[in-house]
Design a protein around this ligand. Sequence first.
Ligand code: UDP
Length: 472
Amino acid sequence: MEERGPLKLCFIHFLAAGHMIPLCDIATLFASRGQHVTIITTPSNAQILRKSIPSQPFLRLHSVHFPSEEVGLPDGVENISSVSDLHNLTKVFEATAMLQPPIEHFVEQQPPDCIVADFLFPWVHDLANRLNIPRLVFNGFSLFAICAIHSASPDSLVISTLPHPITMNASPPKELTEFLEKMLETALKSYGFIVNNFTELEGQEYIQYYEKTTGHRAWHLGPASLIRRSAQEKAERGMESVVSMHECVTWLDSKPDNSVVYICFGSLCHFPDHQLYEIACGIQASDHAFIWVVPEKKGKEQEQDEDQDQDEKWLPKGFHQRNAKKGMIIRGWAPQMIILGHPAIGCFVTHCGWNSTLEAVSAGIPMLTWPVHGEQFYNEKLITEVRGIGVEVGAAEWTSIGFGERHKLVSRDSIEKGVRRLMDAGDEAMQIRRRAQEFAQKAREAVREGGSSHNNLTALIDDLILLRDAKL
Ligand code: UDP
């Protein structure tokens, strides 16, 4: 048969850090194997990507106009991780919906051999059908979470049909379940899922369960973040950090190994002040050093705060002075991969976003789990009950989005207790740390030549080449 050379693949990422970072890392993985990759993005996201994704001769970015002005967003706000209120969130979604025609036009002009798109763009299904090319879907979830979503019943907290039966700590909001089911229905019509996880953490039993219950395929290619090797590539991801990598590393260098608690709730969680206050009291009572990332308020929320002129009312009086040496608060985007990769970090208080989870696993860091929204409550169960690499803080309120009012606070006592469980070097903590480190080793092996994720990518590329060539 005639050699037709590398595949042409088109990647369409959703405009949120937690979707864009991993899908672009996966795109880079394909390019690193000599395939020709185009990432379709928007101008301000392209600026970030250009600075951060590892350079590859076969990878290019194509920007389509983002209609900020048309929907009334400030110039440059092209990502839901750049907003912190419902008003602007709605506008980003509105503008994102308007990207369909220009993206379709671009893809139709230069049809690729395969489209890889976020499941939040279900219209790609028809586009791929029109072009008669395979579509792969990505949603940034673990397959464990997808299996749990499929198997959960609205009337019960117990999901008994999974390979490990689990009891959830909260029920998902009805509108979230309906939305995810709708998106997953279209995803199941695709050629397969691309999963940013590795077989050893997912468990072969979940891959088999998924294939058996859905008849659909999934390729585990992660952890994709491990494609980033240089400090610069690790530091600048998704958004520009408000603190330099150098400052974080110098501060962490002054602390003993495993002595610092890292607290960060991803790119979309904005807790109300009274919850932040509990975190401050809890971490202070635990008496451990900490790095705490608190997202900055933007847009309307910021204006309201300025009106009230109550700067940092979420911190107890004298907190800064008492913790000057012990703690670092980062107001805005932090270089998370750099922080998690530092030996001084002893545990991660996390919202269980899948990327954060996998980054902690890759660094061998035990987790104190505090899920908030999306599929995070499922990830919590994988981390704690199924794989034993973290403990639960006791969060019990599952919201549709990461901001707005919350009714069930996590108390300072639960936070202090959870941190101590992982940091005070008891038997349980040692075992959890040992398991976390074993998974970190397995993660590194998975992406090496001959490892499970490396082999899966080879198999997927071979499949796609066969599909393409069968059309001749
Ligand atoms: N992140 C970061 N700095 C921050 C907050 C988040 O680099 O201050 C990165 C984090 O490393 C992860 C992504 O943003 O790669 C967040 O994705 P995740 O799935 O954990 O949560 P989401 O933001 O989607 O809720």
